[in-house]
Every structure is written in structure tokens, then in C-alpha cells.
Design a binder for this molecule. Structure first.
Ligand code: ADP
Length: 447
């Protein structure tokens, strides 16, 4: 096992990794920008090193600074968290070239899944059901028109390098395809430096269901059921739950087995998420994320496992600590993402947190780097806290969420907390009856 690991991240996810490391007897190294000198991850780690100015490009994304920090502190492995360098295949290669261990999958798997056209082809070949669409990339307008006509409208043009919902354009009819194709390409080029796009059937009322998988890198893999992440704003998740309200045990076992088998055959190592759209009882693969997800705690709650601990173990070459037959979901968990954003427009609003009071009690978990007096810097993601509740069943989880939302206090900055209180009053939410479009409609009509 490692004796010291470095966390190439900040905020709540850095704390999450430090906590797992500490329970395993592993020393932790935090890195931070000058803007984060007072951040909680700096205080909580065993050691901390400043790696650059506020701009993430010059600090949390600076590969030379992070490698140097490992060399200075003697850290043997790097946990990337999510975002930043977590899905950067060349970073992984550089880490390995320096004799360090990347806590995550191989650079080859990251590269393969980071290119969505290749990811889809790989998954299709492994027997995973995919959204009907173009065979590979669509090179020009003429091909786009032909492919779209063949699939049937509506279609969605998507960037192969896409992420965070960018580079995606809907064409409802043939009249929209030219513009959708051109703008998707332009957006992809600007955001990712890669204009390549592909085309998919646009599904009208799907849910977003994702399967948590875990591989040992040696051909063994398991799945840890699904999360329903359908509640999205601008393709960004807002609330996630496990199990999915629309998924029964037989469906879970079926799709879970397909995913675990695919990951085993790939020789995949560590945590991963296979994302699907789910409509009329069918699953359609959209992408695979080769990292720990923001919403991993709902899976931890229902399966009673520590996914970060497992990531560290597998990276150290140990076998998986659970078998598929041990993995039985228990109860129901819901996570809400509390962002420092002002409703109704979700405008980021960094600033000084005057008071922070965390909710507690049975079945309540809060993953947050906030503290009273902390100044949220304007340079990074606006996620300030994840509130996760676990109950014996969905009604109990909802009641607990309601109760915890009544206890939490974040004073001094605006946050998305009022949104969750409003959502809990909605009959559709209480019934678990929503698709990927539900939240956008609700926001347009009600907020
Ligand atoms: P990104 O990597 O940018 O997040 P994804 O491929 O994961 O892109 O898609 C993000 C979201 O966009 C999905 O959760 C879903 O809401 C919507 N979406 C993607 N593909 C389709 C599709 N074929 N039909 C309908 N909605 C889609």
C-alpha cells in the first residue's frame, strides 16, 4: 500500500479523498492555488503545497507543478478527484513516466472513452446497447443530412470530444440540420479544439440512468447498480438518487451484468460510470466517465462501500474487496448539489460565508469544504456542498432530505438551497416521475 498520496484537486472532493486516505493510514498531500491558501483541504491534509496562481490553468491543471509537488513531498500516487486532470490521458502517461501511480484507469482507457465516437464503437462491440445514430463521425453537411434523414428526426449533433453538455445541438426537422451541424462543430472546435461530431437519434422522454462499475484491471469487474440523474439543468445534474425510481431489481441485474462484463473484457481498472438514456424500458449508451463521479455518495450509501478506498486499493494492485453477490442495495439515497448560485438565473455568486451550519442525524451526510468565515473564490466550480440522505425506502429518504434542508444554514452567499425545497413540494418528484426534461420545464414555468 502507498504511504503517501497527493490529491490533485480542491473543495469537497479533496476532503473526500483525504478522509479515505486517513482511514487507510495513508498520509495526504494537498496542493492549492494562492486563492485557496485558506481552503479546508489545505487545513485537513497532512501536508500542503502551493502550486500556482488562482487561474486553474496555472495551478490545478499545471502538470509540471503537480509532478514537482509529488517529487518534493515524496508522494507515490496521485488521486485526481473529478474534473481538472481526472480524464486527461496525457497527464496519466506523464504520471507513469515519472514512476508515480495514477489512482484511476489506464491512459489508454481514458483516451478511448474521452473520444465519444470511439467509446460508442467500443461499447457496441462489447454488447452494450447504444443510441441509434451515425456509424462513427459525420464529416460534412451532406453526410449530416443523409444520416439524419436515415435515422429520422429529431436528431442531436454531438461533439466527439464533448463534455459538460457543450457541443450538442438539436435538429427537430430537416430545416434545422444545417445550422445544428455547423454550430455544434464551431462550439466543439472552440471548447475542445476538436470539431469532430456524430449524430444520434434524439430521445424525447428518456431518463438518465448510469451504472457504477469497478474493475480490478486484471479482467474482473463488478457493478454497483444505477443512479438516476435525470434532474438536469443545461445537461448538468442537480439531484441524483439510487436506486432509480424506474428501475426494478431484474432490470438492474440485466443492465448491470452487461456493464460489468464489458468492463471486465476491457481490462478496465478502478471506478467508472457507464451512462445511459433509458426510455420505454430500453437502455441506450451515451458515454462512459472514467473517474469518480460527483454523485458517487448515493451509491456508497445504498451499497455500504467506500468507493475512494476501493480506488486506492485497486491502484495499489490489490484485488477488489467485494464480489458481485455481496453487492445488494439497501434502502434509498438522494443527493442534492448545493451551488453558490443565485436563483432564478443560477448566476454564480462567490463571496464570504458568514455562517455555515451542517445538518446531521441519522442517515445524513454532508460533503463540503465550507466553514464559517470562508470566502468562496470566484475562479472555480460553484459546487459548495453535497447533501446526501439515506433512508430505508424512498419516502423515508425524501422526509429526511426535507428535514435536513430545514437544518442547514448557509449565510452570506446565495445558494441553490431554495430550489430543493421547491422540488420536494412537487408531486412528480415525490412520485419519482420525471425525465431529463422535467427540471427545465419546471424552471421555465415556476421559478
Ligand atoms: P456530456 O458529456 O456533455 O455531459 P452526454 O452525452 O453525457 O454529454 O449527454 C448529456 C445529456 O444530454 C444527457 O444526460 C441527456 O440529458 C442529453 N442527451 C445526450 N444525448 C441525447 C440524445 N441522444 N437524446 C436526448 N438527449 C440526449
Amino acid at each position: 500500500m502507498f504511504s503517501k498520496i497527493l490529491i490533485a484537486n480542491r473543495g469537497e472532493i479533496a476532503l473526500r479523498v483525504i478522509r479515505a486516505a486517513r482511514e487507510m493510514g495513508i498520509a495526504s498531500v494537498a496542493v492549492h492555488s494562492t486563492a485557496d491558501a485558506d481552503a479546508m483541504h489545505v487545513r485537513m491534509a497532512d501536508e500542503a503545497l502551493c502550486i500556482g496562481p488562482p487561474s486553474a490553468n496555472d495551478s490545478y491543471l499545471s502538470i509540471p507543478a503537480i509532478i514537482s509537488a509529488c517529487e518534493i513531498t515524496g508522494a507515490e500516487a496521485i488521486h485526481p478527484g473529478y474534473g481538472f486532470l481526472s480524464e486527461n490521458a496525457s497527464f496519466v502517461q506523464i504520471v507513469e513516466d515519472h514512476g508515480l501511480t495514477f489512482i484511476g484507469p489506464s491512459s489508454a482507457h481514458i483516451r478511448m472513452m474521452g473520444d465519444k465516437i470511439t467509446a460508442k464503437e467500443t461499447m457496441r462491440a462489447l454488447g452494450v446497447p447504444c443510441v441509434p445514430g451515425s456509424q462513427g463521425g459525420v464529416p460534412d453537411l451532406e453526410a449530416a443530412r443523409a444520416v439524419a434523414a436515415e435515422i429520422g428526426y429529431p436528431v442531436i449533433v454531438k461533439a466527439t470530444a464533448g463534455g459538460g453538455g457543450r457541443g450538442m445541438k438539436l435538429a427537430r426537422t430537416a430545416a434545422d440540420i444545417d445550422q445544428a451541424f455547423q454550430t455544434a462543430r464551431a462550439e466543439a472546435k472552440a471548447a475542445f479544439g476538436n470539431a469532430d461530431v456524430y449524430i444520434e437519434k434524439y430521445l424525447g422522454h428518456p431518463r438518465h440512468i448510469e451504472i457504477q462499475v469497478f474493475g480490478d484491471g486484471k479482467g474482473r469487474a463488478v457493478h454497483l447498480g444505477e443512479r438516476d440523474c435525470s434532474l438536469q439543468r443545461r445537461h448538468q445534474k442537480v439531484l441524483e438518487e439510487a436506486p432509480g425510481p424506474a428501475i426494478d431489481p431484474a432490470t438492474r441485474a440485466r443492465i448491470g451484468a452487461i456493464c460489468a462484463e464489458a468492463v471486465a473484457r476491457m481490462g478496465y481498472s478502478g471506478a467508472g460510470t457507464i451512462e445511459f438514456l433509458y426510455e420505454d424500458g430500453e437502455f441506450y449508451f451515451i458515454e462512459m466517465n472514467t473517474r469518480l463521479q460527483v454523485e458517487h455518495p448515493v451509491t456508497e450509501a445504498v451499497f455500504g462501500v467506500d468507493l475512494v478506498r476501493e480506488q486506492i486499493r485497486v491502484a495499489a494492485g490489490l484485488p477488489l474487496s467485494f464480489h458481485q453477490e455481496d453487492l445488494i442495495p439497501n434502502g434509498h439515497a438522494i443527493e442534492v448539489r448545493i451551488n453558490a448560485e443565485r436563483l432564478p438565473n443560477f448566476a454564480p455568486c462567490p463571496g464570504k460565508v458568514k455562517t455555515f451550519h451542517a445538518p446531521g442525524g441519522l442517515g445524513v451526510r454532508i460533503d463540503s469544504a465550507l466553514y464559517g468565515g470562508y470566502v468562496i473564490p470566484p475562479y472555480y466550480d460553484s459546487l459548495i456542498a453535497k447533501l446526501i440522505v439515506h433512508g430505508r425506502d424512498r419516502p423515508e429518504a425524501l422526509a429526511r432530505l426535507d428535514r435536513a434542508l430545514g437544518e442547514i444554514i448557509i449565510d452570506g452567499v446565495d445558494s441553490t438551497l431554495p430550489l430543493f425545497k421547491a422540488l420536494l413540494a412537487e408531486p412528480d418528484i415525490r412520485a419519482g416521475d420525471y425525465t431529463i426534461h422535467w427540471l427545465e420545464h419546471f424552471l421555465a414555468e415556476r421559478l
